[in-house]
Design a protein around this ligand. Structure first.
Ligand SMILES: [Zn+2]
Length: 606
């Protein structure tokens, strides 16, 4: 079966999809009674916490006991949670699994609260005492990085009384982001619009970008103008919410004795501020590359200049399609440079049914990779034969193989990955796929589609996120300098940035100056730069892998095994990439420029 769509283009009910295209969820629990038992087991283990909470640092044995209990609870809880989560996502209309999921979510919160004594308790220990235990006791050694990281943050923790006030203010501090979400996703309503064929369709947040890909220029212009009209009518309230949130970041970072909110945000992962400023300075130095790309877009679209509503239109004439079986084969071929061991894990994933391939009624949309410490690293997809879907398969397998290697290598306490590193494994696979596709497909339209896909990824994940990062820095700095933040201020700064990034071949439509208002990430406190750095690191890495072969592959696989057993930059160092300098950014921009040249040469041959 190559598509889950039947002849009438109706979505299939789940039971009609052959088992081989559904994930092997029974490998988690064959019978649901076993889930219930694990659930009760977690509850029982959590009930031991009040007892051990006092005095868990009185000797090394007690500390070890507590940390091991935490690991045990985490392992069981992960399994309980992801099973309920996956079952719910199979069909969101199923009330039984919805309630199982709610139960599991509540248990997660309960566990978090239950362990809230842990960090303050550890910090009450004398550092010298802890070091002595780490020297003398072999079993506690595995927790060294975890414990030392808690101590690293000590100088930014306040007195117990002050911490109590901070904790109580936490709920209020969330009000800005919460209001932003309610305003954007509940209150803001878009009118219906007529599509290219005159059919009335709803305009939503989720179809906005898809509609901007329309080949009908008048239609996408209408979509663009209509969408931002709603934001224009609310831009003062959006500005007030964003300003409140920036003040919140400033409030916490200054009270916790950081030098500004940027330092505070990067300190969490021990990332030097230089990583942030390097990114922005390199993008500035090389912004001409993005301008060239915009120039190419104009050529392909036969436009003198492009408007902001032309930005997402595909450059190829034909649709690129590929069935799932072919996509699996292409994926294996493109990942060959990563060696036999890596390939054998991907094959295992296909054989052992990690992937839930096709759409069915009620299934959660989009795609993700998930799993627990001892489970298969599952993948949810909604495969529909497009080029994007082939890339999504490569992307999610990057995450799943990463988890697989970590779980085989690391103790559970280091089995997660920091956001700074999380997208590297997935993006590396996408880049290897790009090179493979370009080798295999030589028809004009196919090549344009592949190059267009890669260059758009680069534009939206690297340049655009760097622009967001620059905006975020600029507005925080303005607030810290005491400038008045208003809608006009945000609009003006945002328009200026767009003008700088897209250059003179782009018309900066008035509406785009409101785009900041639709980006939820500006409420996440210096989060977006990691998309840009992660993308650049992966691009530089994939180039190294293709150029150097075995030695680079070995280092890459070692990197994938390390989870959170050290700070992100230390883990990266073994691959030869150091984001405190700019070499990796130069390498990534070289790749962009090579593939852009290929796009240009196709047009020149016309
Ligand atoms: Zn991802």
């Amino acid at each position: 079966m190559e598509s889950a769509l039947n002849n009438n283009n109706k979505i299939t009910v789940r039971e009609q999809i052959p088992e081989e295209f559904r994930w092997d969820i029974k490998a988690l629990y064959i019978k649901e009674e076993a889930w219930q038992l694990d659930y009760l087991k977690v509850e029982e283990l959590l009930s031991q916490l009040p007892e051990i909470k006092d005095g868990f640092t009185k000797d090394v044995g007690s500390l070890l006991n507590c940390l091991e209990l935490k690991d045990r609870i985490t392992e069981l809880l992960q399994k309980v949670y992801i099973y309920a989560h996956m079952r719910k996502d199979e069909d969101n209309r199923n009330n039984y699994y919805q309630s199982l999921f709610n139960q599991a979510s509540a248990l997660l919160v309960k566990a978090e609260e239950g362990f809230s004594f842990l960090k303050p308790g550890i910090l009450s220990l004398e550092y010298d005492q802890l070091q002595e235990w780490l020297q003398d006791n072999d079993q506690i050694k595995v927790y060294r990085h975890y414990l030392e990281d808690i101590y690293r943050k000590k100088e930014h923790i306040l007195s117990p009384d002050e911490e109590r006030i901070m904790a109580r203010a936490g709920d209020m501090a969330q009000a800005f982001e919460h209001s932003f979400e309610l305003l954007s996703y509940a209150d803001l309503k878009f009118p219906k619009i007529k599509d290219e064929k005159g059919v009335s369709i709803p305009l939503t947040h989720s179809n906005f970008i898809t509609l901007l890909r329309s080949k009908d220029r008048e239609f996408r212009k209408k979509v663009f103008k209509r969408y931002f009209k709603e934001y224009e009518q609310h831009h003062n309230i959006y500005a007030a919410l964003l300003t409140g949130n920036i003040k919140k970041d400033h409030f916490y970072s200054s009270l916790r004795n950081y030098q500004g909110s940027l330092n505070a945000a990067l300190f969490k992962d021990n990332i030097p501020v230089q990583v942030y400023t390097n990114l922005l300075s390199q993008v500035h130095q090389n912004i001409g590359l993005l301008h060239n790309y915009i120039h190419q877009k104009c050529d392909y679209l036969n436009l003198k200049k492009i408007n902001m509503y032309d930005m997402y239109v595909p450059l190829s004439e034909d649709k690129f399609t590929m069935g799932y079986t072919e996509a699996q084969a292409i994926l294996l071929e493109s990942l060959k440079p990563l060696g036999e061991m890596y390939l054998s894990i991907v094959k295992k994933g296909f054989k052992e049914r990690w992937v839930d391939v096709y759409e069915n009624t009620g299934k959660t949309s989009g795609a993700y990779s998930t799993g627990s410490y001892r489970s298969k690293p599952y993948i949810l997809m909604n495969y529909q034969d497009t080029l994007e879907d082939v890339y999504t398969l490569a992307h999610e397998f990057g995450h799943s193989v990463h988890s697989y290697l970590i779980n085989k290598t690391q103790p559970i306490i280091y089995s997660d990955v920091s956001i700074f590193l999380a997208e590297i494994a997935s993006t590396t696979n996408e880049l290897l796929l790009t090179y493979c596709l370009l080798k295999k497909f030589d028809h004009r339209e196919e090549r344009i589609a592949i190059l267009n896909h890669f260059l758009e990824q680069f534009r939206t994940t690297f340049f655009r996120q760097a622009m967001f990062a620059e905006f975020e820095l600029l507005i925080h700095q303005a607030q810290e300098k005491g400038e008045a933040l208003t809608a006009d201020f945000f609009n003006q700064k945002y328009a200026e940035l767009n003008r700088f990034y897209y250059g003179e071949n782009a018309i900066i439509d008035r509406e785009i100056s409101l785009e900041w208002a639709r980006i939820p990430h500006f409420f996440y406190n210096y989060y977006v730069y990691q998309y840009a750095t992660g993308f650049a690191i992966a691009t530089a890495l994939s180039r190294k892998i293709l150029k150097e072969g075995t030695p680079a592959v070995g280092k890459y696989i070692d990197f994938l095994k390390r989870g959170s057993s050290d700070y992100p930059l230390s883990i990266l160092k073994s691959t030869g990439i150091d984001p405190t300098n700019t070499i990796y950014l130069e390498d990534a921009l070289d790749v962009f420029s090579e593939l852009l040249a290929q796009l240009k040469s196709i047009k020149e041959k016309d």
